[in-house]
Structure formats: structure tokens, C-alpha cells
Design a protein around this ligand. Structure first.
Ligand code: LLP
Length: 418
């Protein structure tokens, strides 16, 4: 579900023509629909209204301050994975007591920032981390609430790079280590174990992997409670899928229905960490055709947007729907939509049936709100795209386009410019 639609031959985002946004802000351009992510947040929040719960939006999916601020206003917390994400979540006004922090390699500096901010929970991923966090908290003179992030060894049936809850993945405390972690935590005075956490992967289409992980989690909750730890919350991570092409992901209500019986009697606050589910369908990437080239038997449409703007196609073989922003007459032809970057992997879609696009046309890449801008880079010394947030008839620039000067900003070996 989203608020992008076609009317009179044009693509619209809510009540704004996407072509007008490209004229006004230039391309490559990320455009977000506030109504879309608001609705996705609200649906998930409402689906779980029968249990105490907190939806912690996963900042890594899209850390734009404008988006974080709106989600914070709606009542979302934040799931963070770095000190930088903590800084952004706080700057966006998300209260510290709604922030949870996972990550396999948190540094002392990052842990210290988390303790000083007084975040709700640090999801500890190994025994060594418990000891370091305890030291850090003691030196600051605070007690820090923690959860064990366990690795339930569950197959999420998703892309190999998007699975995190298998034994061979680097994430979480292996189940057989939980006993040792509990022993260590029990003697660390600056830590208080208040929860259990897991995250089994991303773009998960069916409830079964969650159920399997929850069955494991229930045993761990019982184990920890038997040892005197008050497990007040259970964090089941993110991972809910969205439709890129023809997938049939679960709705919020279906997800709730499928798992809630494994949660209710535990009498915990349920924490969810969705990223993609909230922001994925709410964002598009718009590029402009620079050239069209026929080579061999292929037709290449070369955009000003490329893999540095959206790396998902080459990194995961991800399929993002592509369309012209303005209808173009003519029979569809097989087209490779590529970017200007010097890599053969620089494509947004291969062998797509698109009308015969010409120089100057705009192309939209759908479902690019999650892990789109967030994973973009300046590769090939390309300034990053601008981001615009649309709310009804209003469009607000929430991140300006980077400039060539920005490419130089952090360099220290400058000579007077040309
Ligand atoms: N919680 C934790 C601890 C995570 O590691 C992640 C994502 C999430 C929540 C949010 O997952 P989501 O609800 O968005 O599936 N770059 C990849 C996705 C990597 C996800 C990493 N962790 C992509 O473009 O598909």
C-alpha cells in the first residue's frame, strides 16, 4: 500500500506531480510519501494494541531527520546500530527511553554515549560486551538496562545476505552461551538484564521463522526468570517484508494474528524493530535519462541515477519496479536501465519492458525508501542525491543535494582550487 498513483499520464506522490518535483529539485531525487509511512507505522502499532508494545523504527533503513522526526511524533521509538544513529535519533526528538541499541561491534565510545543518553536498552551480543559495558557504565556512574540478543538458529528463508539468525551468522549470543552470559551478568553491578532480543533477518515473507524463533525465546525467558532476571520485554526485531514485485508479504494484522499466542502469556512488553515495512514502499528514486544507446542486441537507457544511489539491485539481485514518470507512447521494448558509474554492476533493472524512452525522460524506481539513500555513497565522486518529503500538497526538501564542494569538505590535503 502506498500513495503513489498515476493520473492523466503522470506519476503522483500524494497530491504532487513527481515530474514537478524533479523540475524543482533536480535528479537523482529521493521522494518520500509521509502519508504512506504514517499509515504503515499506524497499522503495525494498532495491530499490536492488545499487548503492551513499542514500535522502534529501524533507523538503518532510512535515517533522514525529517522522517525520524515525523515517526517520533507518531510515537515511534528507534532501533539503532551505531553512535551516529543514536545522535540522529536524539536530534530528531526521539526520547532516549524509546531507543534500543543492537550491533555486534559497539565501541567504548558508542556504549558511553548510549549510557550517558540513558537509552532504554542495550542489546548485548556477546559476553565480552557485557563486561565492557559494565565498565563503561560504572565509570559514568549509571546502571544500564540490557537485553541479551540471542541467536535462535532459525532460517528466515530470505536472501543469504539478509539472514541474521542462523548459527553461522555473526549476530547474537548462541543459545548454548546464554547460561554463561547470565552468570556473568549476575555479577556485573552496573548492568540490569531486563529483556530478551532477537532479529532473524530481513524481507521475511511468512510467519513461520518468527514462530520458530519465538518458541526458542520462550524457553530462554523461562530460563532467565528462573535465575531471577526480570524479563520485562521481548524484542522480536524487524524483518517484515514488503512487495517489490509480485511478493505477497504479510499484513500487520496477519503478522499479529500469527504470532501473538506465543507472546501474550509471557506478560512482557513486546518491542518490534521494523525498518523496511514502514519506509520501503514510502520512497521512490527518480532519475533522468542522459543517453539512450543501442549496443549489440541491447538497448541501454542511461540514467543520472546509479548504483551509488541505489545499490540493492547489484548487491542482492533485488528487483525494483521501474516506470517512466510521464507516460510515453509506443510499444514496450526490452531495456537495460543503467547508471553512469564505471562498473558493469551499475544497473537499476535489466531486461525490463519499458516504452521507448528518450533523452530527458524521467524514470522512477519504486520501493526505494528503505536501504536506498541509506546505503548510497559518493563512489565515482558523485555527490549524493537530494531527498524530498511530501505531505499532501506540500513538498519539503529534507536533505539538500550534495555539491562538488561537499566532496572536498572532509579532505585535508587541499590546494587552492581551480
Ligand atoms: N533490527 C535489527 C537488529 C536489524 O539488524 C535490522 C536490519 C532491522 C531491525 C530492520 O530490518 P527490516 O525491518 O528493515 O527488515 N540492506 C538490506 C537490509 C539489511 C538489514 C539489516 N538489518 C537490504 O537492502 O535489503
Amino acid at each position: 500500500m502506498d500513495y503513489f498513483h498515476r493520473k492523466d499520464g503522470h506519476l503522483w506522490c500524494e497530491e504532487v506531480r513527481v515530474g514537478d518535483l524533479a523540475d524543482r529539485f533536480g535528479t537523482p531525487l529521493y521522494v518520500y510519501s509521509q502519508r504512506t509511512f504514517t499509515e504503515h507505522f499506524r497499522k503495525l502499532d494498532a495491530a499490536f494494541s492488545d499487548v503492551p508494545h513499542l514500535v522502534c523504527y529501524s533507523v538503518k533503513a532510512n535515517g533522514n531527520l525529517g522522517i525520524l522526526r515525523e515517526l517520533g511524533r507518531l510515537g515511534a521509538g528507534a532501533d539503532i546500530v551505531s553512535g551516529g544513529e543514536l545522535v540522529k535519533a536524539r536530534r530528531a526528538g526521539i526520547p532516549a527511553d524509546r531507543i534500543v541499541y543492537s550491533g555486534v561491534g559497539k565501541t567504548r565510545a558508542e556504549l558511553a554515549l548510549a549510557v550517558r543518553e540513558g537509552i532504554r536498552c542495550v542489546n548485548v551480543e556477546n559476553v565480552e560486551e557485557l563486561e565492557v559495558l559494565d565498565e563503561v557504565a560504572r565509570s559514568i556512574g549509571r546502571r544500564q538496562a540490557v537485553a541479551f540478543r540471542v541467536n535462535p538458529d532459525v532460517d528466515a528463508h530470505t536472501h543469504a545476505h539478509l539472514t541474521t539468525g542462523r548459527r553461522e551468522n555473526k549476530f547474537g549470543i548462541p543459545l548454548e552461551e546464554v547460561g554463561r552470559a547470565a552468570e556473568v551478568a549476575a555479577r556485573l553491578e552496573a548492568l540490569q538484564v531486563v529483556g530478551l532480543d532477537m532479529h532473524i533477518g530481513s524481507q521475511i515473507l511468512t510467519p513461520e521463522p518468527y514462530r520458530e524463533a519465538l518458541r526458542q525465546a520462550r524457553e530462554v525467558v523461562a530460563f532467565l526468570r528462573a535465575r531471577g532476571f526480570p524479563v520485562e520485554h521481548l524484542d522480536i526485531g524487524g524483518g517484515l517484508a514488503v512487495r517489490y514485485d509480485t511478493e505477497e508479504p504479510m499484513t500487520a494484522d496477519e503478522f499479529h494474528e500469527a504470532i501473538i499466542h506465543l507472546v501474550r502469556d509471557l506478560e512482557v512488553t513486546l518491542i518490534l524493530e521494523p525498518g523496511r515495512f514502514i519506509i520501503g514502499p514510502a520512497g521512490i528514486l527518480v532519475g533522468e535519462v542522459i543517453f539512450v544507446k543501442e549496443a549489440g542486441n541491447r538497448r541501454f537507457v542511461i540514467l543520472d541515477a546509479g548504483m551509488n544511489d541505489l545499490i540493492r539491485p547489484v548487491l542482492y539481485g533485488a528487483h525494483h519496479r521501474l516506470e517512466p514518470v510521464v507516460d510515453r507512447p509506443g510499444d514496450p521494448v526490452p531495456t537495460d536501465v543503467v547508471g553512469p558509474v564505471c562498473e558493469s554492476g551499475d544497473f537499476l533493472g535489466k531486461d525490463r519492458r519499458l516504452p521507448p524512452l528518450v533523452r530527458g525522460d524521467r524514470v522512477v524506481v519504486f520501493t526505494a525508501g528503505a536501504y536506498g539513500f541509506a546505503m548510497s555513497s559518493q563512489y565515482n565522486q558523485r555527490p549524493r542525491a537530494a531527498e524530498v518529503l511530501v505531505d499532501g500538497t506540500e513538498a519539503r526538501l529534507v536533505r539538500r543535494r550534495e555539491t562538488w564542494e561537499d566532496l572536498l569538505a572532509a579532505e585535508t590535503d587541499l590546494i587552492p582550487g581551480p
